[in-house]
Design a protein around this ligand. Structure first.
Ligand SMILES: Nc1nc2c(ncn2[C@@H]2O[C@H](COP(=O)(O)OP(=O)(O)OP(=O)(O)O)[C@@H](O)[C@H]2O)c(=O)[nH]1
Ligand SMILES: [Mg+2]
Length: 261
């Protein structure tokens, strides 16, 4: 994998026929946000995204695991007035990873972005991420760990945990992304469709899954400052940490198998 500065010549998308499915209006960008119990944040996220994307042809897909706090109902209501906003109310295969895969699979945009719903990712960075992809990158990552990025006011132990999780990802998978844990990224729909059937949504970190399956991707990391969760509660739990470790182990086997070929 190589890191890119911005403009290196645009790359054509070779799967246009598959992307342009009849009956669907294609558009430039689909932003997918996976949600579970984010009712307190979702309206603010949509407002910030709309502000950042003004002038672009986009849709926002909220991929919600049938949240008990009825996040999906709020989005349905917003979507009644604004056709750019859709909700995917999911009942099967719950989890962040599967939600993003499902959202991307139903997207109508040529470009696919993923963003958390709790406003920790600044939507204002998205237009620069799009420029970077159009400049030739295949995977653009919002990064806290490149020059200019930051984790905000995390305490020592949260920094240490994140450092360890990042190093483990580097050691075990060989993925050379400074912030492989990022949930903020952008890629082309054709590239997603290329690897979709190989993705496993079990792990919490869908970017790692994508990067491991796109070994030749040109990666560009753009700095952003991680903000405080606006409202509601984190979903990070022991179960999620365990899922992350088993994801790393599985991806390390994948990268090992590739090296031995
Ligand atoms: N659909 C779906 N979304 C989820 C699930 N778990 C988390 N999410 C969403 O994924 C995003 C990231 O989850 P967070 O709990 O904020 O995780 P985090 O950002 O790594 O941790 P914090 O820094 O503590 O917020 C949020 O938009 C969550 O609502 C899930 O099981 N299903
Ligand atoms: Mg969060």
């Amino acid at each position: 994998m190589r890191y890119l500065p911005y403009h290196v010549g645009a790359r054509a998308c070779h799967l246009r026929e598959e992307v342009n499915r009849p009956g669907l209006d294609n558009m430039k960008l689909t932003v997918v946000s996976p949600t579970f119990n984010e009712a307190e944040n979702i309206s603010a996220l949509i407002t910030e995204l709309e502000r950042a994307l003004a002038g672009l042809d986009y849709e926002i897909v909220i991929s919600d695991d049938n949240s008990p706090d009825r996040t999906w109902a709020l989005v349905e209501e917003i979507g009644r007035l604004n056709p750019r906003i859709r909700v995917l109310r999911r009942y099967h295969k719950p989890g962040l990873g599967w939600s993003v895969i499902d959202g991307f699979s139903r997207a109508r945009g040529d470009l696919l972005a993923c963003i958390d719903a709790d406003l920790q990712h600044d939507p204002a960075v998205l237009p620069t991420m799009i420029e970077c992809l159009e400049g030739g990158a295949d995977l653009v990552v919002g990064s806290r760990y490149v020059h200019g990025g930051s984790v905000g006011d995390w305490r020592f132990w949260r920094r240490a945990e994140s450092w360890l999780a990042t190093k483990l990802a580097h050691w075990l998978t060989g993925i050379r992304i400074c912030d492989p844990m990022s949930g903020y990224f952008l890629l082309r729909q054709c590239d997603f469709l290329d690897v979709k059937d190989r993705l496993d949504g079990q792990g919490f970190k869908i970017l790692l899954e994508l990067a491991a399956n796109m070994p030749r991707a040109r990666i560009c990391e753009l700095p952003y400052s991680f903000r405080k969760r606006r409202s509601g509660r984190t979903k990070l739990s022991r179960r999620v940490i365990f899922a992350y470790c088993s994801q790393l182990w599985r991806l390390s086997r994948l990268s090992h198998g590739r090296k031995n070929k």
